[in-house]
Ligand binder design. Structure first.
Ligand SMILES: NC(=O)C1=CN([C@@H]2O[C@H](COP(=O)(O)OP(=O)(O)OC[C@H]3O[C@@H](n4cnc5c(N)ncnc54)[C@H](O)[C@@H]3O)[C@@H](O)[C@H]2O)C=CC1
Ligand SMILES: O=C(O)[C@H]1O[C@H](OP(=O)(O)OP(=O)(O)OC[C@H]2O[C@@H](n3ccc(=O)[nH]c3=O)[C@H](O)[C@@H]2O)[C@H](O)[C@@H](O)[C@@H]1O
Length: 480
């Protein structure tokens, strides 16, 4: 029986390995992690991450050919194929701080593989890494090899959170990069045969190592660039009276542009877009490509601009101050259908409003109070380390309370800000919400989920990203 071990039981390692296990009953899959609490949760009824469809997949194969364990060394030693899906955060200190990828966790995983291995192995980069990482990993492994042969493959993951299971069941493509030697090609074929259990052959793309590594960074950069492009347009729409949804639809019907990923928002979040683009910027700079670096950096600058533009819009609309005012925050996750808050736009917006002394009442159907308080206390990039190695969160923000539903959040509030596009926010009884709020009552929709006309009829002053401005807001232009 082929044995697979995956180091890192996170958002990628857990779902990816569960799907391999369910699709390949003849393969034994062990997912290992240094975080005891995470492994305990994977072995329990309430999994450590919320992902639609994941529970069923895990239940089908856990204890049969899918195992979650903290016995990292034993499972690595026994495996034929070792996936590495550990954190690759942005460096916070030293050379390349604020841009370069921190490969501490990757390197320690590689050294451990070299220490415990007693048989030849295929080592698969599942984490998103800088181009040429495979070369560094190869050096660590071969310099400590004790005669054992390793083949390094790059097999980046393209799943999106909230749709991870459907993305894994039916991927647009699976990408495998390997050395162009006979051993390298053999290793690629071995990994290909795993995916071939359910992925059509023409969707399994094989490239050289560096193309695979770079394609992952490029894909995320292109996706994020589309959002910054439409968000840049949203600012121009507000200034001119155009409607960003209409503009996005009009350009998206051009088959060369396509309709997906053109939703204007308060800004993209998630653990990867910013980190991967910063990583790309750093690689460009290291290769003397300042113009290329500047081009991609602009994607992040526009994203930051979009978040601060939103905060400024809220404050300027409410007589240029939110000090002492109550603001309901609906949604904290970085997108719907996930409890993940890493780099969510809600963090920057909440910090901006707290900076102006607002009192926030936050509701998200999947994010706990503890998580929200931690997020608001941590410094930039600190969140992207294994949970038990993160700095203890500072004092909980006194101006923040976390509540159990949208009505409680908005009771007595001066304004409501929609930060995540949860379906339930579309169907709320806004008449009831209006009744319970201070007047004038404001709604600032960072996700274009509310029915602007209906809310204006109820009496709200409504701001919706990229939509023609409410007359009230026209008189109070926000300066970013
Ligand atoms: N979250 C996502 O949707 C996607 C993430 N990626 C990439 O996949 C990688 C992992 O991301 P996530 O799963 O989101 O991170 P995560 O933080 O959810 O999981 C990483 C896990 O690795 C564990 N870990 C770290 N060092 C370890 C070691 N030496 N031994 C054993 N376990 C160790 C941590 O405890 C943690 O549980 C990153 O490089 C990310 O850029 C790629 C595609 C999608
Ligand atoms: O490398 C990764 O981590 C993953 O990053 C993204 O997936 P994810 O971050 O989970 O979610 P997305 O659906 O891409 O959304 C990212 C952010 O962009 C925002 N977004 C997305 C689409 C859009 O049109 N507008 C928009 O503002 C979302 O609300 C969210 O905050 C990519 O879509 C995945 O292919 C990739 O594997």
């Amino acid at each position: 029986m082929v044995k697979i071990c995956c180091i890192g039981a996170g958002y990628v390692g857990g779902p990816t390995m569960a799907v391999i296990a369910v699709k390949c009953p003849s393969i034994e899959v062990a997912v290992v992690d240094i975080s005891v609490s995470r492994i305990q949760a994977w072995n329990n009824d309430v999994l450590p991450i919320y992902e639609p469809g994941l529970d069923e997949v895990v239940k089908q194969c856990r204890g049969k050919n899918l195992f979650f364990s903290t016995d990292v060394e034993r499972h690595v030693a026994e495996a034929d194929i070792v996936f590495v899906s550990v954190n690759t955060p942005t460096k916070t200190r030293g050379l390349g701080a604020g841009k370069a990828a921190d490969l501490t966790y990757w390197e320690s995983a590689a050294r451990m593989i070299a220490d415990v291995s007693k048989s030849d192995k295929i080592v698969v980069e599942k984490s998103t890494v800088p181009v040429k990482t495979a070369e560094a990993i190869e050096r660590i492994l071969t310099h400590n090899s004790k005669g054992i042969k390793y083949q390094i493959l790059s097999n980046p993951e393209f799943l999106a959170e909230g749709t991870a299971i459907q993305d894994l069941f039916n991927p647009d493509r699976v990408l495998i990069g390997g050395r162009e030697t006979s051993d390298g090609r053999k290793a690629v074929e071995t990994l290909k045969s795993v995916y071939a259990h359910w992925v059509p052959e023409d969707k399994i793309l094989c490239t050289n190592l560096w193309s695979a590594e770079l394609s992952k960074l490029a894909a995320n950069a292109f996706l994020a660039q589309r959002i910054s492009s439409v968000n840049a347009m949203s600012a121009l729409c507000e200034a001119t009276g155009a409607d960003v949804a209409q503009v996005a639809h009009a350009i998206g019907t051009d088959s060369r542009i396509g309709p997906k990923f053109l939703k204007a928002s308060v800004g993209f979040g998630g653990s990867c877009f910013q980190k991967d683009i910063l990583n790309l910027v750093y690689i460009c700079e290291c290769n003397g490509l300042a113009e290329v670096a500047g081009y991609w950096r602009q994607v992040i600058k526009v994203n930051d601009y979009q978040k601060s533009r939103f905060v400024n819009r809220v404050v300027s609309s409410m007589f240029n101050t939110v000090a002492g005012k109550k603001v309901a925050i609906l949604g904290f996750a970085f997108k719907k259908d996930t409890g993940d808050t890493r780099e969510t736009a809600a963090i920057d917006v909440c910090k901006g409003l707290i900076g102006d002394k607002a009192h926030l009442r936050i509701y998200d159907p999947q994010v706990s109070e503890d998580q929200i308080q931690r997020d608001l206390a941590l410094n930039k990039f600190e969140w992207d380390h294994p949970a038990h190695l993160q700095p203890a969160a500072g004092e909980a923000a006194k101006q923040v309370s976390v509540v159990g539903d949208a009505y409680e959040a908005s009771k007595g509030a001066h304004a409501v800000c929609v930060m995540t596009e949860w379906e339930e926010f579309k169907g709320l009884d806004y008449g009831r919400i209006y009744e319970g709020m201070q007047k004038p009552a404001f709604v600032f929709d960072g996700r274009n989920v509310v029915d602007v006309e209906k809310l204006r009829e109820i009496g709200f002053i409504v701001y919706s990203i990229g939509k023609p401005l409410d007359p009230w807001l026209k008189d109070m232009p926000a300066v970013a």
